[in-house]
Design a protein around this ligand. Structure first.
Ligand code: SF4
Length: 260
């Protein structure tokens, strides 16, 4: 879809780019037209809790990042309205999965390099695009050759992960004049890590192209609904006008099934 209006961009924020990559139709309605701007879904609230747990976990000495301590941190930070989840069973499943993955993460990274950044926000100028680009670096660690950028997602959407990796590539190149040894996106829902090892010649140009394309689509309001997703669509306030939502029936556990 293309609207008449255009929205010149001067500042790109990583979290807005990721939301745009997740579903540009939802982003356009929520953030640009300001319809239901405050509606949060369980994924966003779990991510919020997880970010606090990561922060608290790194504040502990490495030897104290035990399963018991991580579970305690999750119990402290999990303040999510149960009604945001499709069902009580779903909440239990998500909480158990996220807990297992965070324990695995903290116990598996005890020997990692020293922290470089933890939830630090920076803004850089990207002359090629004529914009400022800001990024919140969730975790960055020194590595043997240089440094590693890492993000733990309550998500497994490949478009969002690709967006993060492109933005991180461009951001690091502009901020530090140097690329990280690797950029890792860990899904706390699947346990999978998608790793990329960018090189200046190939990947910086690719990242500029990627961000430019997103920017142009945004500026000209070229938005499209995503493919139907149980995670995102079940609580989306724009279902009624969204062409991506097939005829569905809500089941007792809160999930949807197609009816045609
Ligand atoms: S229902 Fe799904 S595809 Fe449609 S706008 Fe909402 S999140 Fe996007």
């Amino acid at each position: 879809m293309v609207m008449d209006k255009s929205y010149p961009v001067t500042l790109l924020q990583d979290y807005n780019l990721e939301e745009w990559a997740r579903c540009s139709y939802k982003f356009y309605n929520s953030r640009i037209l300001n319809r239901h701007p405050d509606v949060l879904n369980w994924r966003q609230m779990v991510q919020y809790a997880v970010n606090h747990v990561i922060h608290d976990g790194y504040a502990l000495p490495a030897e104290q990042r035990t399963p018991e301590h991580i579970e305690h941190l999750i119990a402290k930070r999990w303040k999510i309205r149960p009604s945001l989840f499709p069902s009580a069973y779903h909440e239990k499943l998500i909480r158990r999965t996220v807990t297992e993955q965070l324990i695995r993460y903290f116990t598996g990274h005890r020997q990692s390099g020293p922290l470089l950044f933890l939830f630090e926000s920076y803004t850089v100028r990207v002359e090629e695009l004529g914009v400022e680009l800001s990024m919140i670096v969730q975790v960055a660690e020194w590595s043997q050759k240089s440094f590693v950028i890492r993000k733990l997602f309550v998500d497994s959407d490949p478009d969002v992960i690709s967006c993060f990796q492109h933005v991180a590539t461009l951001f690091c190149y502009k901020a530090f004049g140097k690329l990280p040894e690797s950029i890792e996106a860990l899904s706390l829902l699947t346990g999978q890590t998608v790793e990329t090892c960018p090189t200046a010649e190939r990947d910086v140009a690719g990242a500029i192209h990627y961000v430019r394309t997103m920017m142009e689509r945004f500026e000209h309001s070229m938005y499209t609904p995503r493919l139907f997703s149980q995670t995102e669509c079940h609580s989306c306030p724009f279902q009624e006008t969204c062409t991506s939502v097939p005829p569905t029936r809500r089941m007792a556990d809160g999930t949807f099934i197609r009816v045609s």
